[in-house]
Design a protein around this ligand. Structure first.
Ligand code: NDP
Length: 448
């Protein structure tokens, strides 16, 4: 049995009931096969893959807090410090009822390669909790965040582990967590990113993942002789990534016709009105039905009642920006039948393995999230640099650096795919380019 297969079997055996983690490892190792096999003896002797798939540290803890009725609630908190070969652990905190250790491990594993691809000195980590901020009062969210940080603060720091936002963790949650960290540690340091501008946040961080997704998509289309301007685009989600992907796509001359949330989706024949979308989602924290009610050209579709989603719409480019495994094989078939030319992931692992393979087999240009959504973590690393310098850069400076990083990421993965004889396979290119740097650093640092 080959070394890659041995490791894939071991991961499934040693981590039962963690299907998302198995899926992420399988996707990465499959595309690294050619690189691993070329160095199999050396990697095997150093147990490089065993070390890569085992987190350096996994922390799980109880998070008790009191709700508005005086009832004590208990959630589980997680931080997985996966790999620090190229820098301090860096990765978001997800607050969503679906969170469990397997989800955090899949996200942390992906983060290693994503962070490496940015070219910046940041290792891979991820964390979160099964707490659901939806429907909670500000006081309840604060109570949860303070309790969560009262345990997490022991394991993080500006030079060890710097968490950021993710699903359910926005500016409000980061603010409460930062306040509690500072209070316990008595230390004003850049321990979290995604902070508010008045206390160490970076301009353009809010926009970074969505904008970065479009910068990379634009560059990838350009290198394939195509232009983003004039294209029709389907976006899923209506959170942080989706909103700013929508905004930048329209600035680049594309027309975005769909957005979604967990209950329904919008088709807007005139193109999504970003100001209205922001009002509904960022200010009112309301459902998309309110968007449809306020705009004549928009139709609202209930996902459950109709059994439909936004991937049934005829578009040139699809940008899944909501959550994992939200674009399956049937969706991929619908997109291909409608003549889609590119799918670039804004969310983490939104496309199932089967759907990815189908899209690639049908010559759809496909970029995995670890490359196309890396703008968020890249700008988080720029926030860390500004905090260390005790300086704030202008929006234009950060945005220009972000654009440079995304263009660079595309060319790194494109070159890696070509070098290993897999021209146009951006999944393989991203995994190979991300892996080689981490493997070199791990090897140089000895058996640790
Ligand atoms: P938000 O919480 O701001 O938004 C998430 C969006 O996805 C919401 O519209 C939400 O709908 C929808 N959604 C969440 N869970 C589900 C589900 N199970 N089924 C259907 N829809 C769902 O998160 P972000 O925009 O920050 O993150 C989106 C994705 O991008 C995630 O995969 C995240 O890991 C990834 N990402 C985010 C980065 C960032 O900088 N924010 C950086 C890199 C990756 P509803 O409101 O109804 O729940």
């Amino acid at each position: 049995m080959s070394y890659v297969d041995e490791i894939m079997n071991m991961v499934v055996e040693k981590n039962p009931a963690q299907p998302e983690f198995h899926q992420a490892v399988k996707e990465v190792l499959e595309s690294l096969r050619v690189v691993i096999e070329a160095n199999e003896e050396a990697y095997k002797k150093d147990a490089l893959l065993e070390r890569l798939v085992n987190p350096e540290r996994q922390i799980m803890f109880r998070v008790p807090w009191v709700d508005d009725k005086g009832q004590v609630q208990v959630n589980t908190g997680y931080r997985v410090q996966f790999n620090s070969a190229i820098g301090p652990y860096k990765g978001g905190l997800r607050l969503h009822p679906s969170v469990n250790i397997g989800i955090i491990k899949f996200l942390g594993f992906e983060q290693i390669f994503k962070n490496s691809l940015t070219g910046l000195p940041i290792g891979g980590g991820k964390g979160g909790s099964d707490f659901d901020p939806k429907g909670k009062s500000d006081r309840e969210v604060m109570a949860f965040c303070q309790s969560f940080m009262t345990e997490l603060y022991k394991y993080i720091g500006a030079d060890t582990d710097v968490p950021a936002g993710d699903i359910g963790t926005g500016a409000r949650e980061i603010g409460y967590m930062f306040g509690q960290y500072k209070r316990i540690k008595g230390l004003y340091e850049g321990v979290l990113t995604g902070k508010g501008l008045s206390y160490g946040g970076s301009l353009a961080r809010t926009e970074a993942t969505g904008y970065g997704l479009l910068y990379l998509t634009e560059e990838m289309l350009k290198s394939n002789g195509k232009d983003i301007a004039g294209k029709t685009v389907a976006i899923s989600g209506s959170g942080n990534v989706a909103i700013y992907a929508c905004q930048k796509a329209q600035q680049l001359g594309a027309k975005v016709v769909t957005v979604s949330d967990s209950t329904g989706w919008i088709y807007d024949s005139e193109g999504i009105d970003v100001a209205l979308l922001k009002e509904v989602k960022e200010v009112k924290r309301a459902r998309l039905t309110e968007y449809a009610a306020a705009r004549k050209s928009a139709q609202y579709h209930d996902k459950k009642a109709e059994g439909t989603n936004q991937w049934s719409v005829k578009v040139d480019v699809a940008l899944p920006c909501a959550t994992q495994n939200e674009l399956n094989i049937d969706d991929a078939k619908a997109l291909v039948a409608n003549g889609v030319i590119a799918v670039c992931e804004g969310a983490n692992m939104p496309t199932t393995l089967e759907a990815t393979q189908y899209l690639q087999a049908n010559n759809v240009l496909f970029v995995p999230g670890k490359a196309s959504n890396a703008g968020g973590v890249a700008t988080s690393a720029l926030e860390m640099s500004q905090n260390s310098e005790r300086l704030s850069w202008t929006f234009e400076e950060v945005d220009a650096k972000l654009q440079g990083i995304m263009v660079n990421i595309f060319h790194n993965l494109d070159d890696a795919a070509k070098k290993y004889g897999m021209d146009g396979n951006y999944v393989a290119g991203a995994n190979i380019a991300g892996f080689l740097k981490v493997a070199e650093a791990m090897t140089a640092q000895g058996i640790v």
